[in-house]
Design a protein around this ligand. Structure first.
Ligand SMILES: CC(C)(COP(=O)(O)OP(=O)(O)OC[C@H]1O[C@@H](n2cnc3c(N)ncnc32)[C@H](O)[C@@H]1OP(=O)(O)O)[C@@H](O)C(=O)NCCC(=O)NCCS
Length: 180
């Protein structure tokens, strides 16, 4: 990640597995963060999948952020991620991303991928700041709007880094054309 541990490790933030009783706080952050928010059923349906993991960031006993990601053979795919609007720009998002990046090397995976809406500039800037690069555009990606998505990727520093914006086939290679 682009941030050093010394810069971003905040001992008051605990990052741990998401458990059922976190759901009301997670849903509240979700609704405060997205126009087209996931429902509780969306979360539960996702988390019932064997390869799907939920994490939360907690400060002083309050949930201040969450992330949902999928495990794949060589990469992690971030599906949902938000920080409480009251707790943004305090490095919590970066700290959660550092934790996720740590899991890559522990688990012999090499990259994290995600999709971000083209109108979500704050998230694009955030992901760029923590070391992601845009790989390409997924046209007309959403059912709820006519927006496109940017496909972004973070690669472990010692892994081979492919150049961004390579051929359109690169996205097909990730199997996104039929992804949910
Ligand atoms: C994107 C998001 C997760 C960032 O979380 P955060 O905890 O506020 O981010 P951090 O404080 O760790 O920011 C790290 C760096 O990212 C960049 N960054 C973060 N938010 C930014 C913004 N709104 N505008 C510009 N740069 C931003 C900055 O470089 C920042 O460092 P700085 O504060 O020292 O300048 C948060 O804004 C959020 O929850 N957004 C709504 C949900 C969302 O869009 N999720 C992503 C879906 S793909």
């Amino acid at each position: 990640m682009a941030f050093t541990r010394a810069q971003r490790q905040d001992a008051t933030i605990q990052i741990r597995w998401l458990i059922r009783r976190d759901m009301p706080d997670v849903l509240s952050i979700e609704r405060g963060s997205f126009e087209y928010a996931w429902t509780e059923e969306d979360f539960l349906c996702c988390l019932r999948q064997r390869n799907c993991i939920g994490m939360v960031a907690e400060r002083d006993g309050h949930i201040v952020g969450f992330m949902i990601y999928e495990l794949h053979k060589s990469r992690l795919r971030l599906l949902n991620f938000a920080i409480d609007p009251q707790a943004r720009r305090q490095g919590i998002g970066a700290q959660m991303m550092l934790r996720l990046a740590d899991k890559l090397s522990q688990q012999r995976r090499r990259e994290i991928i995600l999709e971000v809406r083209e109108t979500n500039l704050a998230a694009q800037l955030f992901f760029r700041a923590v070391g992601f690069v845009a790989l390409g555009v997924l046209r007309d990606r959403y059912d709820d709007t006519t927006e496109d998505a940017y496909l972004m990727r973070y690669v472990l520093a010692d892994a081979e880094i492919a150049s961004p914006f390579t051929s359109g086939n690169r996205i097909d290679e990730y199997g996104f054309s039929d992804a949910a």
